[in-house]
Design a protein around this ligand. Sequence first.
Ligand SMILES: [Zn+2]
Length: 452
Amino acid sequence: MTEKRLWLRNPRGVFTANDLDADGGVVVEGSSIVELVPAGQRPATGYDEGFEARDHVILPGLVNTHHHFYQTLTRVWAPVVNVPLFPWLVNLYPVWARLTPRDLELATTVALAELLLSGCTTAADHHYLFPGGMEDSIDIQVSVVRNLGMRALLTRGSMTLGEDDGGLPPRQTVQQAEVILADSKRLIQQHHERGHGARIQIGLAPCSPFSVTTDIMRDSAAMAAEHDVRLHTHLAETIDEEDFCRDMFGLRTVDYLESVGWLSPRTWLAHGVHFNDEEIARLGAAGVGIAHCPTSNMRLASGICRAVELEDAGAVVGLGVDGSASNDGSNLMLEARQALYVQRLRYGAEQATPERALGWATKGSARALGRDDVGEIAAGKQADLALFKTDDIRFSGSHDPVAALLLCGAERADRVMVGGQWRVVDGEIDGLDLPALIAEHSAAARRMVAGM
Ligand SMILES: [Zn+2]
């Protein structure tokens, strides 16, 4: 972290995610942004060092709201390349049940490194797999986040409704409610940081209506309120899930959510594809967050999230790359591009703009995770910044530099700063041997599906 005042000066373009003018650059001191410089001016209170950003477009560090890091080990596994959600899950559960601590460490490092290289500085993960020997899963993830110098909201996921009880997951992947709740409390007490600049936060995340009991939904909501942490789950991803809720609980998904005490601004939901008008109004009035995951929704042919209407109704909309078995990449810039295009198909070109999609990937995602100290460029915010160059052939001849990031398909940041510290320089992560990581991760992935 720089103790000197660093001026990222005269950038080619800036997207602040608010109405502030930073066309003359951004001044960083310590872990924070201390000044935005208007076009043609110099920092009002001086600076110690300058970084020439003439070739860069500056964004707030992107924020990812939904992922399953462990799934980087099962990207593009042939038996599930061409199936929708339920058979996709049923085929993958036994493979995932083989997960080892080292596998998870490698998978988490790969997912976070890929996100970081795409300009992401804060990431949420939804980890719900705790087969025997994997009791320390979240602790492993905490150490990887710290090593990479990023921020994360790691959710303690859970599955309690096994196939013997009418759920989808096999018996060996579900846990007892008491075990889940005791571990959730331990993780909050051990790792959850509060307040401005937090690096590690813990949330509670029963997996989905078809893999958990209503008791664990209610108990998780109560524990989240008691400890003031966030709540996350998958909801309304597919019509299969809607049918499951009607058959199992006699309720539509949002009625189910309300019945277990989750219709609140503490909650953010992955996907949120299949809501009707009345449900959108209720979710908006409650200030629920939505992790829009466009690539995953297209990959599994789940449907198109009504993101613009949800946002207009008052819901908080962010973006998620989702787990790497249903994307299969972890590139948040490309996800923003997907969001722009798929929302244009639904709402037309005027409502789904590059600025709106970038707003979802930054400020919207930060709000969905309950944070107001990251996700935008303003004095007093954390100095989490992503700098993209536009000198690649794909940008040649482009005019609006901010819109070009999405429309020409920027995919790799040149520089990324987290809390005032450069973590990516010249497109490389400081201190990470990427070829060695890829080799070991790829070997682990082959082992995981061997004989399946
Ligand atoms: Zn997911």
